[in-house]
Design a protein around this ligand. Sequence first.
Ligand SMILES: Nc1ncnc2c1ncn2[C@@H]1O[C@H](COP(=O)(O)OP(=O)(O)OP(=O)(O)O)[C@@H](O)[C@H]1O
Length: 262
Amino acid sequence: MDKNFIHVINLTKSFYTQNKKIEVLKNINLQIAKGDIYGIIGFSGAGKSTLVRCINRLETPDSGQILIGGKDITMLSKSELNEERKKIGMIFQTFNLFDSKTVFQNIEYPLKSSHKNKSERKKSVLELIELVGLTEKTYDYPSQLSGGQKQRVGIARALANKPDVLLCDEATSALDPQTTLAILDLLIDIKEKFGITILMISHEVEVIKYACNHVAVIEHGSIKEKGSTLTVLQNPQSDTGKIFTKVEQQLKEEWILKGGVV
Ligand SMILES: Nc1ncnc2c1ncn2[C@@H]1O[C@H](COP(=O)(O)OP(=O)(O)OP(=O)(O)O)[C@@H](O)[C@H]1O
């Protein structure tokens, strides 16, 4: 049996601006096992968000295949794609909540297109709110929440349709270190509870190290190296991998010099 749940095969994507072609993704190949937390690390502009947006088909790839659970999502009709998208949750750096809706209403929103009736929706939403630890905030608005609490709402909303895959686009980049850890712990917990496959893109080595079993390093639209997080980050081969780990080491040394504990 194929242990990989997501296959990205020879994926390419370009954008065209003022008659100029920008090749953003060049022949990307990835295999992601079911229940894995897989990191994609790269500098700004490397193509991370475009890759994630191709995986949930917010962008249409130029060529290549994206198989999720054996289904090639580049070949689906519009209505099939709408159904398939329900199995792919997404969380964002900027949370993307509706400011005029309460926590409850934000999480209920994706369920409105499901077959659940009002009381079934209510039960699901309250369970999700409990899962992310926000029961006391159920009827608050986003403006009344901290960044970490907003991301918890984002996670609950992304889980509403019980997705197989959760895509996290810089999901902790706007959060302080302590809140980042709490959100990563929640994601690890969710992965364990539901066997969900998580793809996490980040420019923070610490985030990848803490949460991801595997990592791929993306540089100018190409995957330069990939493998187990420990192997890649302990002995990086690509320029990007080397710079990321060097900077992390320097920050650690400066921190120790200032009397910090590692
Ligand atoms: N819709 C678009 N039209 C034209 N160019 C685009 C478009 N979307 C992205 N790009 C370009 O594609 C490249 C990769 O962008 P992308 O957002 O995928 O990178 P990233 O690695 O996620 O960067 P960041 O970490 O800053 O978000 C950039 O050069 C960007 O300007």
